[in-house]
Write a protein that binds this ligand. Structure first.
Ligand SMILES: [Zn+2]
Length: 255
């Protein structure tokens, strides 16, 4: 390449430097999940996070000051949930827009199943079909340190992007077999109905807005508070563990 923009040069340099000790220190101090990983997982997560950071477009919104901490932490959290999936699991992600804090969404939306509203709605993230992922940094930063709360906007929005790989966001991401899809639909439907009926002990009510939100919220809980999920929704935990090819409850138990 004869000419390259500053942005391209930065991406190339990040990629060439790889997962440095500085990145490692950063994640050890900003990402609670880092502590739970074994050496092999940390190594692979680091490589994936650098690839992600260098290959996606990052935009700062509302005058936000985009630092390396921002791009690396979001990259590492996004890479954690796809750690055991194919390298191109995020082929549907092109751009990540980082806002300093909560955004206000306008236009029609729904926060309760069947209820559509035009009122301005505060949101901390959004994933658009064939469009960018948006994240509020203050929420992402806090949640990365506090998995015990069971909320993670990065896991949530990137789970939507995985779901959208089928062309439709409906809570069923690409499946390897019809047999597994049958087990998935059965487990998710039962747990979803418990949310809608107000009987779920582990999934917040927002999971009942629709099946796409169900999958995104279930992903947050699966990675952040897997113990209660195994206890109260074992069938849901099992299909998520099969699909993500991870066992976060075991990971937490061994630490
Ligand atoms: Zn959502």
């Amino acid at each position: 390449m004869l000419f390259e923009t500053q942005r391209h040069r930065h991406r190339r340099e990040v990629h060439e430097a790889g997962f440095t000790d500085a990145w490692r220190t950063l994640l050890a101090t900003t990402m609670a999940h880092w502590e739970l990983l074994d050496d092999d997982e940390r190594h692979r997560l680091g490589e994936r996070a650098v690839d992600f950071l260098a290959s996606k477009r990052w935009e700062a919104a509302n005058g936000f000051d985009m630092s390396d901490e921002v791009t690396m932490l979001i990259s590492a959290e996004a890479s954690l949930i796809t750690l055991e999936l194919a390298d191109d699991a995020y082929r549907g992600v092109d751009t990540i827009i980082v806002h300093p804090t909560t955004m206000v969404m306008r236009g029609q939306h729904s926060q309760v199943q069947g209820v559509v509203s035009d009122d301005p709605m505060p949101i901390i993230g959004q994933a658009n079909h064939n469009g960018p992922v948006m994240v509020a940094w203050d929420a992402a930063r806090f949640q990365a340190r506090h998995p015990e709360e069971g909320n993670n906007v990065v896991f949530h929005e990137f789970a939507h992007k995985l779901d959208m790989l089928t062309g439709t966001a409906n809570g069923t991401p690409p499946m390897e077999s019809l047999e597994f899809e049958t087990a998935w639909v059965s487990a998710c439907t039962a747990a979803y109905e418990r949310v809608v009926d107000g009987r779920s002990k582990v999934l917040r009510s927002y999971a009942g807005v629709n099946t796409a939100e169900f999958f995104a919220v279930a992903t947050e809980v699966f990675f952040d508070t897997p113990g209660p999920l195994v206890k109260h929704e074992p069938d849901l935990y099992a299909v998520l563990a099969d699909w993500y090819r991870q066992d976060p409850a075991r990971r937490q138990a061994r630490n």
